[in-house]
Design a protein around this ligand. Structure first.
Ligand SMILES: Cc1ncc(COP(=O)(O)O)c(C=O)c1O
Length: 428
């Protein structure tokens, strides 16, 4: 809590801010550590730091997308329209094109624009969908480990609700289950005690794994039986490496207990061009519309118009499929460089990514990860992310992101070599 130097003390803020959210989150802690002035204070040259910290992609967005923005900006009428409010559910044309995109690329059947609601980002929509599906105090289930940002999202959206973890990573063997039998039993018992929602990113952050069809189907059935919801967070959906997961074609038309959360951030390299959407039964999208009236009012019209134009053109000339295939191959190759470098230089246990931007490794000899990351950064100029914050199974582990280095494979190798040299203390 920041206090002024005045004699009169500053009035209290909400309990949420002063208590639940007080202090730095694990990710904020490490981002502070990685700030330029801190790097300089450590005696390092910021230009020589290799970061495996960033949770983002770095490929170029397709030229057709840039052209779509250009066409809007260059046409006086379109540009004027891009400055208008859209409906609360978002630009109809964009929702229509997103339904076409989901059908053509992934085989999602039957989606209508009314099953799609646009939002600012999946971060905003995640917060809001929790408020639509749950009451404050309802427990929410997550895989262990899971995306670290969910922690504060639950605190903000549902005061008093608790995160309940469903085991997915076996921290002794570093095997990714989640086991269709025992993990589903845990889910069942959590739902029987009142949990309403189970959230799974596919592919996952931080593990880049995709649970088996059996596990995902089993989870959905448990939630269907108990009147709950399965939320699949599809932030990394277009970045899958092997065979496409069957859940990518699931449709809320015949699965009303399914809600899928989407974003342009990763696949379109549009982290700063904020646009996300939700696909769900109309009862859910209508509920979200009520909430978004006061939270958002209008999703971004410019990004919606550009996305719609881009999808229409590239689905027509079939270049969208090629763009997605090229992009996911780029990250698959980058992931392979990361895994080979870990194997060659460190010999650590690691998870082989099935998509997405990350891998996870246990710290050597189970060292506490914040101190380990600090020690590695000071001595090698290489930044890793401590696992704390991603769930109990990552308490003695680190997350490594290869996403920002998709065009910098040599830096991935160099980063691993630097850590290997430092840890083995050999002259390299
Ligand atoms: C699993 C997951 N969901 C959502 C997001 C955030 O997406 P957006 O940029 O749409 O807010 C991230 C970002 O790293 C993520 O890892």
């Amino acid at each position: 809590m920041v206090r002024t130097g005045n004699k009169k003390s500053f009035p209290h803020l909400s309990n949420l801010v002063e208590e639940s959210l007080c202090g730095l989150s694990p990710i904020q802690t490490i981002m502070k550590m990685a700030e330029e002035r801190n790097i300089v204070k450590m005696g390092l040259n910021p230009e020589e730091v290799i970061s495996f910290g960033g949770g983002w992609c770095n490929h170029h967005a397709p030229e057709n997308l840039r052209n779509a923005y250009k066409e809007i900006v260059e046409n006086k009428t379109y540009f004027h329209k891009s400055g208008r409010y859209s409906t609360i559910a978002g630009d109809y044309n964009c929702r229509e094109q997103l339904a076409r995109f989901e059908k053509n690329i992934y085989g999602v059947k039957g989606l209508q624009p009314s099953n799609i609601i646009l939002g600012h980002s999946s971060t905003q929509l995640f917060h809001d969908i929790l408020r639509v599906l749950c009451n404050a105090g309802d427990d929410i289930c997550f895989l262990d480990p899971t995306y670290a940002n969910y922690v504060n999202a639950v605190k903000c959206a549902l005061p008093g609700s608790k995160m309940r973890f469903i085991p997915a990573l076996e921290s002794n063997t570093w095997e990714y289950l989640p086991d269709p039998d025992s993990s589903l039993e845990v889910l069942k018992s959590r739902c029987d005690k009142g949990a309403r929602v189970f959230v799974i990113p596919v592919p996952d952050n931080p593990t880049s794994q995709i649970p088996t069809d059996e596990f995902l189907k089993g989870s959905l059935e448990i939630l269907e039986d108990r009147g709950g919801f399965l939320i699949l967070d599809c932030a990394y959906k277009s970045l899958w490496f092997g065979k496409m997961s069957r859940c990518f074609s699931w449709s809320s038309i015949d699965m009303p207990n399914l809600v899928t959360l989407h974003s342009n951030s990763k696949w379109l390299s549009g982290l700063g061009r904020r646009l996300g959407w939700i696909e769900a039964d109309v009862n859910v999208t209508s509920g979200l519309e009520k909430l978004n009236e006061s939270v958002l009012l209008s999703p971004d019209t410019m990004h919606s118009m550009a996305t719609a134009r881009f999808l229409e053109k590239t689905l027509e000339d079939r270049s969208l499929k090629s763009f997605i295939d090229e992009t996911r191959r780029l990250y698959e190759k980058t992931a392979a460089v990361m895994i080979d470098s870990i194997d060659d230089c460190l010999g650590w246990n690691r998870l082989k990514p099935q998509g997405g931007l990350y891998t996870c490794c246990p710290t050597p000899e189970g060292e506490e990860p914040v101190g380990f990351v600090e020690r590695v950064l000071k001595n090698t100029g290489v930044l890793l992310i401590p696992g704390r914050g991603f769930g109990p199974s990552m308490e003695q582990a680190v997350r490594l992101s290869y996403g920002p280095l998709c065009y910098g494979h040599e830096l991935i190798k160099e980063g691993m070599e630097r850590i290997g040299c430092f840890l083995s203390k050999s002259k390299c």
